[in-house]
Design a protein around this ligand. Structure first.
Ligand SMILES: *[C@@H]1O[C@H](CO)[C@@H](O)[C@H](O)[C@H]1NC(C)=O
Ligand SMILES: *[C@@H]1O[C@H](CO)[C@@H](O)[C@H](O)[C@H]1NC(C)=O
Ligand SMILES: *[C@@H]1O[C@H](CO)[C@@H](O)[C@H](O)[C@H]1NC(C)=O
Length: 415
């Protein structure tokens, strides 16, 4: 009887031992799908192949691989950084649906990137990928905070289907001729610069923090009403431009070096910063501010125009600098503005050979240096919460080891 009980206990304990072992090896497997991982040899990638979820930070850099795929990864609760792998040609995340941050940078031979299932990412960066020809998100990338595609060879960008985003930076993609963001309603910074001098259409965009449109042939922002910081319209090839519903810009409006023959901000009433218009050599008549009433900083308009109309202007808190190379421009017409301009500087000149902007210089250099898509391009990433949360697994693994140890010790006593 006693013997039977001991045998039974042994059997139960053996069962417990094996179960604990099983749980433990699984936990081990699970553990390899979490934490900070710096991949140093192609072999290190094998451990990742079975992961369906990864929690932590994976960095893959300077590896001699041509293809990189994560066939089972469905959810990345963390960061993947892929950079400087000089032979990499193919990158695929066939099942990945959501991620915190993905960063693909400086991959000079990379020509194919596949994200057929992705729908949700906090931050997605594609930078310095000269041979990459397209970026598609067929499952509709509908939730994203920051998206960047700079200095790539893409000719199209499909499936970026967000309603709201913090930053969208699409710059220096020389072959990208067309972009339509159908559903975007509001965004922080919208930076579109140095792409293939084509079309940008954002038909439902209502509000933004910052807008930059540079090197564009056609821009359509029919519903944009407010910009809470700066608007920059620089070096575009369109001959006319309008933002029909824009009524307020809280920062500075810059219109510099465009092929414009005319522009219009028909509803614009208030500008919280300055208005800087310069070097638009085809702009003969400046009549694009029919309702402008108040400018909190300066008005600085230089060029070769022969006419400037500011019919509704009631208050300019800064100065005024208006200089044209045209002899036809008649400064007398601006005399009524002397009461409106509160700043100390009131300059108006015509027939000046090389008109110099006065207030604009500082702003312009800021704009020029921030316009290069790669300026913010340090390859520095920092871990987010992902690394911290990955500790939870460590705790459960320790608990399992404890059970295992207890069972093993019990068995020793019983036998
Ligand atoms: C880009 O990657 C190449 C290797 O493909 C490396 O030699 C180069 O230093 C990297 N450039 C930067 C800016 O990191
Ligand atoms: C920015 O772009 C301009 C012209 O495209 C170039 O001359 C300049 O060197 C660039 N600056 C940086 C920091 O890359
Ligand atoms: C990376 O960025 C973080 C935070 O943005 C900063 O504290 C750190 O000094 C940077 N590291 C490098 C090497 O630039």
């Amino acid at each position: 009887m006693l013997k039977n009980t001991v045998e039974l206990s042994k059997c139960i304990l053996l069962f417990l031992f094996l179960s604990a072992l099983f749980i433990s090896t699984n936990a081990q497997k699970h553990l390899s799908c979490a934490g900070s991982l710096q991949i140093r040899k192609p072999h290190d990638l094998e451990a990742l192949q079975s992961c369906t979820t990864y929690r932590g930070v994976i960095s893959i850099s300077s590896l001699a691989i041509t293809n990189l795929a994560f066939p089972n990864l469905r959810n990345l609760d963390g960061i993947i950084s892929i950079n400087n792998n000089e032979n990499l040609r193919y990158l695929s995340f066939p099942r990945l649906k959501s991620a915190i941050r993905i960063y693909v940078v400086n991959q000079t031979l990379l020509n194919t990137v596949e994200f057929p299932s992705i729908q949700k990412v906090v931050s997605l960066t594609f930078r310095k990928l000269p041979l990459l020809t397209s970026l598609n998100f067929p499952a509709r990338l509908s939730e994203i905070e920051s998206f960047e595609a700079t200095d790539t060879g893409i000719t199209n960008l499909n499936g970026l289907d967000v309603r709201s985003a913090k930053d969208l930076k699409i710059a220096e993609n020389r072959n990208l001729l067309n972009l339509r963001l159908q559903n975007l309603r509001d965004a922080g910074e919208f930076f579109f610069s140095g792409n293939g001098n084509g079309r940008i259409e954002v038909p439902n965009l209502v509000s933004l923090r910052d807008l930059t449109i540079r090197n564009v042939g056609f821009a359509d922002l029919p519903k944009l009403e407010t910009v809470s910081n700066d608007v920059v319209i620089n070096e575009n090839s369109f001959s006319s431009f309008t933002i029909p519903k824009l009524c307020s810009i809280s920062g500075t409006l810059t219109v510099h070096s465009n092929a414009l023959e005319s522009f219009c901000f028909p509803e614009l009433q208030n500008v919280g910063g300055a208005i800087l218009v310069s070097s638009n050599l085809n702009l003969n008549v400046i009549s694009g501010f029919p309702k402008l009433r108040q400018v909190n900083e300066a008005i600085d308009i230089t060029g070769s125009f022969s006419e400037l109309k500011l019919p509704g202007l009631q208050e300019v808190r800064g100065g005024l600098n208006v200089i044209s190379s045209s002899k036809k421009f008649w400064c007398k017409k601006l005399d009524p503005l002397k009461d409106v301009v509160k700043g100390e500087i009131f300059v108006c000149k015509s027939g000046v050979k090389d008109p110099k902007a006065l207030f604009a210089e500082k702003k312009k250099t800021e704009i020029m240096t921030s316009n290069n898509g790669t300026v913010n391009g340090n390859n520095n990433i920092s871990a987010t919460n992902a690394e911290k949360t990955s500790n939870a697994d460590g705790v459960s693994v320790r608990f399992e080891s404890l059970i295992l140890g207890f069972v093993a010790v019990s068995m020793m006593f019983l036998s």
